[in-house]
Design a protein around this ligand. Structure first.
Ligand code: SF4
Length: 373
């Protein structure tokens, strides 16, 4: 489950595989390393109960999959975006959003994305490759390890990384990429988060643009994770334009698979709707969405479009969004208007990476973008 042709990182190894690697060490050594990494969420270098020579040997054999390139903060320090470089130079991002009693980590599952949603910066860049299990897991571990000092700076009071770890953690696969197009690595990561890090299935959300075979596989898994669907249009004509995957998996088929998922997992489905001014924000759009959401008992999240240079539309005005939510409500559908966290740091899906690639291209150095090949 490593990237094609790549050497594994520590995050790629299962507990059993790490145990094989530690063959010859005292039996408790495996617990020390595994619990240190996944329960205490500390970097290998900080596991001081493990001999330094052993930590060094593990680190040389299984070097990190990610290197932190840049961190940006917004919303008075409560939103932090991390740009990571993979070993082959591709760039991915993750976003940490802090709330009073919880934190939400939005992570990437692919470098780029093949789904080509018209409004999405990642979709505009095209697909590079799937992320490995280790690359997904390290986004979470690396972000949590960064969280302590960030909190201290943002809140102006002493809060150590242990306290930050004590908050409820939600993990959402809503960063770059279509998670269900990289199913095996994503599901292995879900199991790692749940089984080894102790994050409950109800705190893990897989977001899809509507890849039906992946939804069917999810429905057959034992863990009932939350399912979010990037819908953005509730008629096929418009959705074919906004989310071209709709031509393969049209709305009616998608609704059937979502109903099956809901029945199998007893989890509320959420429908994500980017509010795009003059495109999908009319009362008629709301009525179509309500007709789609109601039989699924789905909750709707309305998210003001985060504008990107490659898409010539703006977010709906705040008043229109409120009216749209009221229209949904009048049709018996609950909706939440999501605060668009991190707009000032370009926290739209994939946009930080786009900026970085532009600057890399200008410099003539660093990672290749798809456009360069
Ligand atoms: S919205 Fe999601 S599925 Fe669509 S192109 Fe962007 S990353 Fe891919």
């Amino acid at each position: 489950m490593t990237a094609p042709g790549a050497d594994p990182s520590l995050g790629d190894l299962s507990r059993a595989e790490l145990g094989e690697l530690l063959d010859g060490e005292p039996a408790y050594r495996l617990d020390q390393v595994w619990d240190g990494l996944y329960r205490q969420r500390r970097p290998l270098s900080e596991l001081t109960n493990v001999p330094k020579s052993l930590r060094q040997a593990i680190g040389e054999l299984l070097p990190p999959a990610l290197t932190l390139v840049r961190t940006q903060s917004a919303d008075r320090g409560t939103t932090t975006k991390h740009l990571w470089s993979l070993r082959d130079g591709h760039l991915v991002e993750s976003v940490l959003m802090r709330y009073r009693n919880r934190m939400t980590l939005c992570i990437s599952s692919q470098a780029g994305c093949a789904m080509a949603c018209s409004f999405c910066a990642t979709g505009q860049m095209g697909f590079d490759r799937n992320l490995s299990l280790g690359e997904i897991v390290e986004q979470v571990l690396g972000t949590l390890q960064e969280a302590g000092p960030d909190d201290r700076a943002a809140r102006g009071r002493a809060i150590n990384s242990g306290a930050a770890r004590g908050r409820a953690i939600n993990i959402v696969f809503m960063g770059m990429g279509e998670p269900l197009a990289n199913y095996d690595a994503v599901w292995a990561a879900v199991e790692r988060f749940h089984g080894d890090m102790g994050i409950g299935a109800r705190h893990i959300t897989v977001s899809t643009v509507g890849v039906i075979p992946g939804i069917e596989r999810l429905a057959a898994e034992a863990l009932p994770v939350n399912l979010a669907v990037s819908l953005h249009a509730a008629n096929d004509r418009l959705r074919n334009r906004i989310a071209p995957i709709n031509r393969t998996y049209p709305l009616r088929d998608l609704a059937r698979s979502l109903a099956d998922y809901r029945r199998a997992k007893r989890r509320r489905i959420s429908l994500e709707w980017a509010m795009i001014g003059g495109v999908n924000d009319s009362d008629r759009d709301a009525a179509e969405l309500a007709a789609y959401a109601r039989p699924l008992a789905a909750h709707v999240n309305l998210i003001p479009l985060n504008p990107t240079p490659g898409y010539g539309h703006q977010p709906s005005p705040a008043g229109r969004i409120e009216q749209f939510a009221a229209e949904l409500s009048s049709h018996g559908v609950n909706a939440t208007v999501r605060q668009n966290r991190g707009t000032s740091i370009d926290a739209a899906c994939g946009q930080l990476r786009a900026d970085k690639l532009v600057s890399v291209r200008k410099d003539g150095r660093g990672a290749r973008s798809r456009a360069e090949r």
